[in-house]
Design a protein around this ligand. Sequence first.
Ligand code: S3P
Length: 450
Amino acid sequence: MSEFRVKAITKLHAEFSVPGDKSMSHRAAILGGLSNGTCTIRNFLPSEDCVNTLNAMQALGARHEVLDELSGYGPIHLCIHGQSMKLRAPAAPIDCGNSGTGMRLLAGLLAGQTFSSELFGDASLSSRPMGRITVPLGEMGATIETRGENPGCAPLLIHAAKLSPIIYDMPVASAQVKSAVLLAGLFAEGKTTVIQPAETRDHTERMLASFRVSTRREGNAISIYGGQMPESCDFTVPGDISSAAFWLVAAAALPGSRLLIKDVGLNPTRTAILKVLSRMGAHMTEILHNSTGEPIGNIEIHGAPLTGTTILIEEVPNLIDEIPVIAVAAALAQGRTVIRNAKELRVKETDRISTVVDNLRAMGADIEEFDDGMEIIGGNPLHGVEIDSFGDHRIAMAFAIAGLFAEGETVIKNTQCVNTSYPGFAHHLDAIRHHRSQASDFELPTISLA
Ligand code: S3P
């Protein structure tokens, strides 16, 4: 079983980029595979989650060719041959691994096909709620059996169905649910509308626009007309701000540090982490290079003594994946940080309220657990202990960052899971721990031309 061993750092001066965005990579694989021609996708995230979605599209008839890869992980640059909306029945059940995004988006895609299919995942994914997609897809006419041991959970058996459009008022602010319904809407005759209770990441809408599929936004309602043909296009995936978040917190919490993260996605539905760290006292500059399609740019951050903050209710969906590492920042800050209205954390890869609270408490933090979040009184010195990731990539990485500030050695067990979203994290951690600073020190060593 792999582990990270981490000790405190005294300085952090670095410039580098992080691997491609996970949310966008899933969507690029799906829309590229549906499109009417060949698409080149650059800076695809070669993580287990996204490679599973790419393989799912291959099983549905959309072949891909690898142009450049991170060997041992998966493609970085690739061509995908779109099937002009005509997918074929997969020969076997489709493995979604650990990925809720992969499974929920693919379920939306598969709900209105002329063939049946089955989606399954690992133990974590098989315990996550799928009713949130089977309910709206069922209203559209889909027949999806949840065959898991836990009620309403995967494996999903999706029968062939003809879909009708609906207006769906989502009870939870979830980009995965919104995207599943919009993808299903592409295969329904007429106008499908999803109303979100709060703003969620809008990568599906933006990527549909890149593929010349129009959606319409009125307030918090997003509509799509079925029958549109995605036009093939080339797409470059920006770096993943959720992966950058680990290093942003490390730099923010270390006075005197300077970190430049290059070519990272700056979509406003994902950048609440920057506002939160600024509020806590970090000095930050964002330089936008490109604002058409998906905004991309550099983030420069300088550390400072941090103070606690309250996460606003409307910020929660925007930084849901960053909360574990924000909790680490809160433990390192002076004063109280309040993270509430975040019950969704309980149904991520692990119950991230309890995994964060238990691990931070074990390191010496003053932290209280609530049904919908946590409160942290920062400033207690953290001490190195043995931490379990519980197989959750973001828990493993958040506690590697905590270890950079703890007295003694922090050992994080069960770290193989970081490959689901950040292949190369261990290499970047090593470069930071040994005070290496240049982009070349952070280059993932095994990228090779195929
Ligand atoms: C994602 C949406 C978020 C996020 C997940 C990726 C996406 O989930 O937690 O890592 O790509 O749509 P919800 O929107 O279901 O909260």
